[in-house]
Write a protein that binds this ligand. Structure first.
Ligand SMILES: *[C@@H]1O[C@H](CO)[C@@H](O)[C@H](O)[C@H]1NC(C)=O
Ligand SMILES: *[C@@H]1O[C@H](CO)[C@@H](O)[C@H](O)[C@H]1NC(C)=O
Ligand SMILES: *[C@@H]1O[C@H](CO)[C@@H](O)[C@H](O)[C@H]1NC(C)=O
Ligand SMILES: *[C@@H]1O[C@H](CO)[C@@H](O)[C@H](O)[C@H]1NC(C)=O
Ligand SMILES: *[C@@H]1O[C@H](CO)[C@@H](O)[C@H](O)[C@H]1NC(C)=O
Ligand SMILES: *[C@@H]1O[C@H](CO)[C@@H](O)[C@H](O)[C@H]1NC(C)=O
Ligand SMILES: *[C@@H]1O[C@H](CO)[C@@H](O)[C@H](O)[C@H]1NC(C)=O
Length: 926
């Protein structure tokens, strides 16, 4: 039986070989040896994603006819005309003398998805003068694209996209000979010029893709008139301006992608017959034309992040082919469209961050194919019924007023739900269905009214998948049955801040990188933190934690943000860094810490913020901090620091410092002129268009799946308690432009150095309650941004310099309790200061003091013209009202946090939309 089968097979194979040799001539030996030589110039590296090493089967001995080799095509004369080695695991470089360039009959060459090891594309392709199709995309090539490719005037398709670091120096020259071209893809090549206008003459063009090519200037409208153009993708060219023309749509355009460009204007009434439309993150405006509803083939519409207005046109009900619709963040208003019931193909839908009002129509819950549903940040209400949405993966309902239907059966929960955002949804309890979800990765329930303990059933189904939990800003009191070992091995991100948890510190699972349980009533020690070896952000501030700081914190070499402020920690600061230190922020304020500032901090070269205020640290001034050139804020206030700050030998380099608060210590000696001199950041006035805050951006891995690394960027603001205008306040964030020096309540003696007048961007200066003598230097008049100046409780003498009336922003001024004399300057801001500002200076006279100045010298009051300036409110004052803690607790904090949540969600969304877009592209291609 077996031998019979063998005979049969042999016979079939023989028959096939005879047939093959009769059908076409064998390939030419010079071409087969050129191919073999090409093969041997590469290694095979199978690590490239899903590659197939076609060349491995090539051999001169077995069936030597190269025309039958995998990836090789011949014409009827046996000449090699096509070579498709895309995704073939090739690793190596192509050189100018490569045998590839001997295959002079090649018409089609595809080497995409290989690894050319970041090498440049050689000269030589210009020899292959019959080439019609050339594809080197995704192949790790770099450098200038060789100009001899421009000779290939028969090219029909050219794809050099997504190399590594490719450059085309003169794109108009480069493409000018390609008059037959139908498809062009130069995406991710640095072109850095205006759009190549010569393309407008190539009437065969069907597809043009120049994504992320650093194009600038004005996009030529004539491209829209190309008679055969179906695909135009020029997205991610931030400086490319243009508009969509109202008429002259000569082309049968199917796919138009302009996202992240500088395109503006309105969407015209007539917009062809598109299948794919992506205009997000541009500057489009106006209302959405109802005619968009005529795009009966439209499958993908993303017009998010523009500045439209008005309602969603009712005609959208006719877009029944839509599978992707993003109308997020485009300033729409009005009711939720009732007309989406027929959009049954939607794989998701995003209407987030608009101003939509009212009930969500029940028909929404009938859209069975939805995978992504984003309704965040509207004013929607209603009941959510997920039981038909079996494909749902991402649900964003945060910042609405929404409740859930009460069905708890397993069958009603979307089996694939992985990302659930229900922040600020007015929830009073944990939604029951959470416990039945089996693939939950991220859950965010912040800013609700959920009280009681955190139930263990919540992770019944998703114990092995949960990586991200945000329960912050609720009224949670603890963990069910005191279980504070979280049984979540994949957990990366845990935020339970701003609750009323009264338990011991829950132990973070080992992979946790973000751990924030600040603003609770946690008690006991913090040793259990040592189990987490991947921490990047650790915030346990504002609790009642006691005991010592464990030295293990010095071994967590990923730690960037350490905030243990406002607890009852005692002992010394043990932070030693045997493995190096990447800390950017250390906040240990308001504890009971003693001893010295650890010298090992000098290894933390990225440190931007150091707050040791309100402890019992007994040390001299840590001069060596000046090695940390990134430092922006140093706060040592209310400790037992002592001694002089500088000696004749001191050298300082605090060139980036914005805030130096050494108040309420026992420093003595002269005021440190050399220190002031090193504050270079305080010497320049930088004008900013918008208010920016002192903060740091942390990249946090979103998933523990290392083969698919997604990070999100979290902005962490530097908060601090500051003394402003005589009142101490807690600021949750501090404007970047605030420059402050506070040396008050020490024992500094001697004069105020003139050099302070060089710190031109100083906003607050406090030298009060020292033993300073001499006069007030007139150079202070150069601090034109100064808002608050406190020199009270010293032994200053002489007159108040008249020049100080130039300080237009000065709203708080205190020189009381000194020995000043002469006339108080008059005019401008000085007209607004009260008696208290000048009290207890025997020699002072003039308004607001009752004592008149008898001798009128040259200190005449300024002319009243300057007084118009009095109403000027400081640029800071206005905006700071938003961020003050203590007053109006609810709104400002919610607002601030709300914003950061929005950013993060958008990050995730972008990522998701790329997956969907990719899916669409794949479908579209086949
Ligand atoms: C294969 O490619 C991977 C990734 O580029 C690289 O790390 C590895 O060293 C390569 N292997 C060989 C044998 O070249
Ligand atoms: C265009 O092709 C012609 C003829 O092949 C050649 O002489 C010329 O140099 C090419 N132009 C460019 C810019 O390469
Ligand atoms: C949908 O299209 C039909 C046919 O073109 C039209 O009659 C109808 O008014 C459209 N619906 C809406 C809501 O615009
Ligand atoms: C949805 O489709 C049905 C059936 O084709 C039609 O009767 C209904 O009017 C459509 N609804 C909307 C809002 O267009
Ligand atoms: C939801 O469940 C609670 C008990 O868990 C019950 O008291 C309430 O009536 C239910 N609501 C609805 C709408 O079924
Ligand atoms: C920490 O506080 C707890 C009470 O909350 C107390 O029992 C314990 O002794 C304190 N530990 C230290 C080291 O002070
Ligand atoms: C203010 O600065 C200018 C130059 O920056 C300097 O010439 C002038 O003397 C300073 N004024 C005072 C009062 O020190």
């Amino acid at each position: 039986m077996a031998s019979l089968l063998y005979a049969l097979l042999t016979w079939i194979v023989l028959l096939m070989m005879i047939h093959a040799s009769l059908a076409k001539p064998l390939c030419h030996p010079d071409e087969s040896s050129a191919l073999m030589e090409f093969k041997s110039s590469f290694q095979i590296n199978r690590t490239y994603f899903h590659c197939v090493p076609k060349v491995e089967s090539w051999s001169l001995h077995r069936l030597g006819d190269c025309c039958s080799w995998d990836g090789v095509q011949c014409d009827t004369n046996g000449h090699v005309t096509g070579l498709d080695l895309s995704n073939s695991c090739l690793f190596g470089t192509i050189t100018a003398n490569s045998s590839l360039f001997h295959l002079l009959r090649l018409e089609s060459l595809n080497l995409a998805f290989n690894d050319f090891n970041n090498s440049s594309i050689p000269y030589g392709f210009g020899n292959l003068s019959r080439l019609q199709n050339l594809n080197l995309s995704y192949s790790k090539t770099s450098g200038n694209v060789p100009s001899d490719i421009s000779l290939l005037s028969r090219l029909i398709s050219l794809d050099l996209s997504r190399g590594w670091n490719l450059v085309i120096p003169n794109v108009n020259n480069f493409v000018q000979n390609f008059t037959m071209l139908r498809e062009l893809d130069l995406s991710y090549i640095s072109i850095s010029s205006p759009f190549p206008h010569v393309l407008a003459n190539f009437s065969s063009l069907k597809s043009v893709k120049l994504v992320n090519s650093r194009l600038h200037g004005e996009f030529p409208v004539s491209i829209f008139q190309l008679p055969n153009l179906e695909v135009l993708d020029i997205s991610v060219n931030y400086n490319l301006s243009g508009s969509i023309p109202e008429q002259q749509w000569g082309s049968p355009l199917k796919s138009l992608s302009l996202w992240r460009t500088n395109f503006s204007g309105e969407i015209p009434i007539s917009i062809g017959n598109l299948v794919f439309l992506s205009l997000s993150e541009c500057h489009f405006s106006g209302s959405l034309p109802s005619s968009l509803g005529n795009l009966s083939q439209l499958a993908h519409m993303d017009i998010s992040n523009n500045k439209f207005h008005g309602h969603i046109p009712a005609s959208f009900a006719n877009l029944t082919e839509l599978s992707f619709l993003d109308l997020g963040d485009i300033q729409l208003s009005g009711p939720f469209p009732s007309s989406f019931e027929n959009l049954t193909r939607l794989v998701w839908l995003r209407l987030s961050y608009n101003n939509l009002q009212g009930e969500i129509p029940n028909s929404l819950w009938e859209l069975k194919n939805l995978e992504f549903l984003g309704l965040s940040g509207n004013n929607l209400s209603g009941t959510v019924d997920l039981h038909k949405l079996n494909n749902l993966e991402v649900l964003q309902l945060d910042f609405n007023n929404i409740s859930f239907v009460n069905k708890t059966e397993i069958s009603t929960t979307p089996p694939n739900l992985s990302h659930l955002y229900l922040d600020s949804c007015n929830l009073h309890e944990f939604p029951k269905f959470l416990g039945y979800l089996r693939k939950l990765d991220s859950v965010s329930l912040s800013h609700n009214n959920i009280g009681g303990s955190i139930p263990m059933w919540m992770w019944n189904g998703s114990r092995e998948t949960l990586s991200h939990i945000d329960l912050s800003h609720n009224t949670l009191t603890g963990f069910e049955n005191g279980h504070n070992d979280l049984p979540l091995p994949k957990l990366l991100h845990l935020d339970i801040s701003s609750n009323i948890l009264k338990t011991e510190l829950p132990s973070p699972p080992p992979l946790t990188n973000y751990y924030n349980i600040s603003n609770n009533i946690l008690f006991g020690g913090i040793q259990s933190i040592c189990g987490a070896r991947s921490l990047i952000v650790l915030d346990l501030s504002n609790n009642s934690l006691n005991g010592t700081i464990p030295s293990c914190l010095g071994n967590i070499d990923s730690l960037s943000i350490l905030n243990l402020g406002k607890n009852k920690l005692e002992g010394t600061i043990p932070l030693a860094y045997p493995k190096g230190c990447v800390l950017k922020m250390i906040d240990l304020t308001e504890n009971r810490l003693q001893g010295l500032v650890p010298r090992s901090l000098v290894n933390c070269s990225m440190l931007e913020y150091l707050n040791l205020g309100y402890n019992q640290i007994l040390d001299g001034f840590p001069l060596w901090l000046s090695k940390l050139t990134e430092l922006k804020a140093i706060i040592l206030k209310s400790n037992k620091f002592h001694g002089p700050i500088e000696t004749y030998r001191s050298h300082f380099n605090f060139s980036n410092l914005h805030i130096m608060d050494l108040s309420s210590n026992s420093f003595n000696g002269e005021l440190p002129s050399k220190l002031f001199q090193s504050f270079h950041a305080m010497k320049v006035v930088v004008h900013q268009d918008k208010l920016e805050y002192m903060n740091t951006h942390e990249e946090l891995p979103l998933s523990s799946n290392t083969s698919f690394l997604v990070v999100w960027e979290k902005v962490l603001d530097f908060g601090m308690k500051l003394m402003s205008k005589g009142i101490e306040r807690e600021y949750s964030k501090v404007p970047y432009a605030l420059k402050e020096i506070d040396l008050s309540n020490n024992k500094f003696k001697g004069c105020i150095p003139d050099i302070i007048g060089d710190l031109k961007s100083l906003v607050w200066l406090n030298l009060s309650n020292n033993i300073l003598t001499g006069s007030i230097p007139p150079s202070l008049a150069n601090l034109t941004l100064l808002e608050s100046l406190d020199l009270s409780q010293n032994n200053l003498s002489g007159e108040i310099p008249q020049q100080l009336v130039q300080l237009n922003f000065l709203s708080s001024f205190d020189v009381s309790h000194n020995q000043l004399s002469g006339a108080i300057p008059q005019g401008s801001q000085f007209n607004t200061f009260k008696i208290d500002s000048f009290a207890m200076n025997e020699g002072l006279c003039g308004s607001p003091l009752p004592k008149n100045c008898t001798i009128v010298g040259d200190n005449l009051p300024l002319p009243p013209s300057l007084e118009e300036e009095n109403d000027k409110e400081s640029p800071f004052n206005l905006d700071w009202k938003v961020v003050l803690i203590g007053t109006g607790l609810g709104f400002p904090i919610g607002f601030v946090l709300g914003n950061s949540i929005i950013d993060e969600k958008n990050m995730w969304f972008l990522h998701y939309s790329k997956i969907i877009a990719g899916r669409w592209n794949r479908l579209g291609r086949h």
